[in-house]
Design a protein. Structure first.
Length: 169
């Protein structure tokens, strides 16, 4: 609501258009702006549809510290902060198990991270159906996997299974 316009419009203008990305994003509600206009609300965490290539561009933008074709698209400070583990411990809770602290996984701004055997983090964001984007900064690598989300695509590999395979390399 800071921009007084839809989040998708802000994202398109500032990030997606410079990267030549077009996404679908479902509306999650509406709010009234300060001037009385109705503004659609887009959940900042879900309901988007990406191609693998477009999601890989976002990963590459992060690996390049927010820079794209010699233009700073996202501030380098924001990129660094979003890929810094938060100080709050990640709690794991599963049915029929005790809650425990997971010291090998953490969060950043919208990213999750898993600690590699050498202590570095690989960062990932994931969605329904097993799709995800992985950043491996120490190898300057982006890995993207897209799935369909229905019975015909099952079983699909979850992000944690693929992360374990990537860490083993």
């Amino acid at each position: 609501f800071i921009y007084d316009k839809p989040l998708l419009e802000v994202l398109r203008t500032n990030v997606l258009n410079p990267l030549d990305i077009n996404i679908e994003w479902s509306i999650d509600g509406e709010v009234l702006s300060s001037d009385g206009k109705t503004i659609p609300v887009y959940a900042g965490y879900a309901f988007t549809k990406w191609t693998a290539g477009d999601l890989a561009k976002i990963g590459l933008l992060y690996l390049q510290n927010g820079k794209w074709e010699d233009k700073q698209i996202i501030s380098q400070k924001y990129i660094q902060e979003s890929l810094t583990p938060i100080s709050i411990p990640l709690m794991v809770s599963r049915p029929n198990q005790d809650v425990r602290i997971d010291s090998n996984n953490t969060y950043g701004y919208g990213w999750r991270a898993k600690k590699s055997p050498n202590g570095a983090y690989i960062w990932h964001m994931s969605g329904n159906g097993g799709q995800f984007c992985v950043l491996i900064p120490e190898k300057n690598m982006v890995f993207v996997k897209i799935n369909g989300y229905s019975e015909k695509y099952k079983p699909y590999r979850r992000s944690d299974q693929c992360l374990d395979l990537l860490l083993a390399q």
